[in-house]
Write a protein that binds this ligand. Structure first.
Ligand code: GDP
Length: 296
């Protein structure tokens, strides 16, 4: 079992007990421990490097060197930087649009887009009393449309029918029109994913974005993707103006370091976490709590 960041830092604080001031060696030791802990939590290497550079700058600054409680001061620097990187507290969905507010779901196949579409619909119905419509623009995976129908029903939302023979843009326009005419507050559009980044797919989702003008464009990413999450996140960030992230499968055995990677690369807040396969397995993401949980 790998040591958590807290374990590693408390060992360091113990070693430094009785020491009057922090030395540069102490800072180097601390940076090494932080680096190991982040890598063990599956944070992507470039993200770890950036993070370490920022911690180093703070630690070598006046706030720590020469401090009266050197060990604690170093730990404080790490925690502060972690909090700054993960973002503040919670960040809810933005629905400030002429109804229907459109939410566009983006991500690789298997990331959890369809499941999350229904979970979000349920969340909006229960917590914000919204009238929600879902639609699938995934015309490539034969079962995708039926899957969305089933989970939307379980969520208590309404589902707009589409056919594998339809064009994704036509589906989007028809669903938007239906949502307008029937006074839906929110339209959630599930999209096709591939197993890997694919240019044709990116072009398609860009077109969907231009047509739908969503108020939220959510990037859905599997926490179990670990180090690979950074490449996926980069590709989606370059293709679309992401407004938020949903980190799925946090109930799996990953250390959740993907949160730090994806957040750093996209600059977008993580808004929700998927914590089970069930329809109620979605939590509003609390960045500070997650930092504590992942890195111990
Ligand atoms: P899509 O291809 O992106 O639409 O992905 P799906 O919504 O079909 O999800 C792929 C698989 O991941 C399904 O078996 C889901 O039940 C599962 N899944 C999605 N979100 C979660 C989650 O938060 N936790 C767990 N354990 N499984 C999830």
């Amino acid at each position: 079992m790998a040591s958590t960041l807290s374990d590693r830092l408390s060992r360091l604080v113990k070693q430094m007990r009785g020491q009057a001031r922090i030395t540069e060696n102490n800072v180097q030791d601390m940076l090494r421990e932080v680096r190991m802990a982040l890598l063990e939590a599956d944070v992507a290497l470039p993200v770890v490097r950036d993070f370490i550079a920022r911690v180093k700058e703070r630690a070598l600054g006046q706030e720590v060197v020469g401090s009266l409680s050197p060990g604690q001061a170093l730990v404080g620097v790490v925690h502060k930087e972690l909090a700054a990187t993960m973002g503040e507290g919670v960040s809810d969905l933005n629905l400030a649009a002429q109804p229907p507010a459109v939410i566009l779901m983006a991500g690789l196949q298997g990331a959890g887009k369809t499941t999350t579409t229904a979970k979000l619909a349920r969340h909006l119905i229960q917590s914000r009393k919204k009238k929600v419509l879902t639609v699938s623009a995934d015309v490539y995976r034969p079962a995708a449309i039926e899957q969305l129908k089933t989970v939307t029903k379980a969520a208590g939302a309404e589902w707009f029918p589409s056919q594998p023979s339809d064009k994704p843009l036509d589906i989007a326009r028809a669903a938007l029109d239906h949502a307008r005419r029937h006074y839906f507050d929110v339209l959630i559009v599930d999209t096709a994913g591939r197993l890997a980044i694919d240019e044709a797919l990116m072009a398609e989702i860009r077109e969907l974005h231009a047509t739908l003008k969503p108020v939220e464009t959510l990037f859905v990413v599997d926490a179990m993707q670990g180090q690979d999450a950074i490449n996926t996140a980069k590709a989606f960030k370059d293709a679309l103006p992401l407004t938020g992230i949903v980190l799925t499968k946090l109930d799996g055995d990953s250390r959740g370091g993907a949160a730090l990677s994806v957040r750093t690369v996209t600059g977008a807040p993580i808004k929700f976490a998927g914590v089970s396969e069930k329809i109620d397995g979605l939590e509003v993401f609390d960045a500070q709590r997650h930092a504590g949980r992942v890195l111990g």
